[in-house]
Ligand binder design. Structure first.
Ligand code: MN
Length: 425
């Protein structure tokens, strides 16, 4: 059994879980409370508008994620790469039962409205599972979904795999059947955010995280299998129909614009006994880490290709886990730092600033990184690339989508390395 509840039970002595008993409204009040506890798991037990409690923060620190993946913090990237490269087919597929199954009424879910100007209440921790209309390969990915009415959601779908499936179904005039899983084990959730090729099923990546023990449940109305989750929705993305979606607060803590996006129609809802509704606070650490951390393997792989002695890559939380990277290397040749800069900037096109440090610098300690910049940066150690394609999430990007990128090589020169030797702490 790979349930969120079981994970919570396994970490309860190690991590603080804040349980709030007083009545809280889904409209702004819950989000306000979650912002007060940015690094803790919070359970809102008494929701004014729903019988289902809200949980948030299960992935809001690297510590919790490393616990979910059963590895050390500094090995998270390697662990994700290992799973992405070795997906494990899932054989254990059973009927969806022992759930309280009902006709669609999204009003029963505690869907939160997070910020004043949000376009509506948003499902933020829902993984959409679909099958390729031709090859039947499964896809699982997280999308924000704005509540329209009791049966409908507007869903933001960027041009990746689900978009590809949907467009191909739509071309034939067909709806795309989907299921939505809310409240999964954090390792399963993290797997749905990895960027594996379209022919790879993210749930098989999840199965690697779970050492081949992941079980799937066969939906009742749609031909789709879903991982065990607290709440499962069944429905379809409707062909040739769009609705306004947004505004919504994105990674950078700023409002994203309103767009015309596809519409999901929900047919069935299944609740686990004593189910928890997982809500990810937009622009909170859980949002940043879940979106950013799976990009670290991409950067790591590209850097390793040019400088094999790369030690670690992180997208920093201050840079929204999206715009800033720190890379540590065991420098072997003069100029390694510059090559790392070029590799990192092209591996993750949204990256704006990258700092390269030696392997005696702890990339998780920003004071240590600053120390490297302060004491090891010399003239000609900065690379500036003007007018490169930037991130659509960056409020400072030009209207044509370009931005200036900066790479900082804060590694010691090989020749005079004794001059830079630090005394032992
Ligand atoms: Mn995919």
């Amino acid at each position: 059994m790979i349930r969120l509840r079981k994970f919570l039970n396994s970490i309860k002595d190690e991590f603080k879980i804040i349980k709030v008993e007083k009545e809280i409204s889904t409209h702004l009040e819950a989000a306000k409370l979650l912002r007060k506890h940015p690094r803790e798991i919070v359970i809102l037990e008494n929701i004014k508008e729903s019988d289902t409690p809200v949980i948030s923060g299960i992935c809001n620190t690297r510590e919790k994620i490393s616990k979910a993946l059963n590895c050390k913090i500094e090995n998270i990237t390697e662990r994700i790469i290992q799973a992405m490269d070795n997906p494990i087919p899932i054989e254990n597929i059973r009927k969806l039962k022992n759930y309280n199954s009902q006709k669609a009424d999204l009003g029963k879910l505690p869907i939160l409205t997070y910020y004043e100007r949000d376009g509506g209440p948003y499902i933020t921790a829902g993984a959409i599972i679909a099958k390729d209309p031709e090859t039947k390969v499964r896809n699982a990915s997280i999308h924000r979904m704005m509540l329209l009415d009791k049966k409908h959601l507007a869903v933001r779908i960027v041009p990746r795999h689900l978009y590809n499936y949907y467009k191909r179904a739509e071309k034939k005039g067909e709806d795309l059947p989907i299921a939505i899983a809310i409240g999964m084990h954090p390792a399963t959730l993290l797997a749905t955010t990895t960027s594996v090729p379209i022919e790879i099923d993210e749930l098989e990546v999840a199965n690697n995280f779970h050492d081949g023990k992941l079980k799937l449940l066969k939906c009742q109305k749609v031909d789709i299998e879903v991982p065990e989750a607290e709440i499962i929705l069944e429905g379809k993305i409707i062909a040739n129909k769009r609705a306004d979606e947004g505004p919504f607060v994105d990674l950078t803590g700023t409002y994203d614009i309103i767009r015309k996006e596809p519409i999901i129609e929900i047919e069935r809802i299944h609740f686990k006994d004593d189910s928890l509704y997982h809500a990810i606070l937009p622009a909170g650490f859980e949002h940043k880490l879940l979106q950013g951390l799976p990009q670290e393997p991409r950067i790591f792989k590209a850097v390793k290709n040019t400088v094999p002695s790369v030690k670690n890559v992180i997208l920093t939380e201050g840079g929204c886990c999206w715009l800033h990277a720190i890379v540590s290397i065991k420098k072997q040749a003069e100029g390694d730092g510059k090559n790392v800069i070029m590799a990192a900037l092209s591996a993750h096109p949204s990256l704006k600033h990258v700092v390269v440090v030696d392997d005696d610098i702890n990339v998780f300690d920003l004071d240590d990184v600053e120390y490297a910049i302060a004491t090891r940066l010399k003239e000609d150690d900065i690379v500036i690339v003007k007018k490169a394609r930037g991130s659509s999430l960056d409020p400072s990007a030009s209207s044509d989508g370009t931005t200036t990128k900066v790479g900082v090589d804060a590694t010691k020169p090989l020749k005079e390395s004794e001059k830079f030797e630090r005394v032992a702490p």
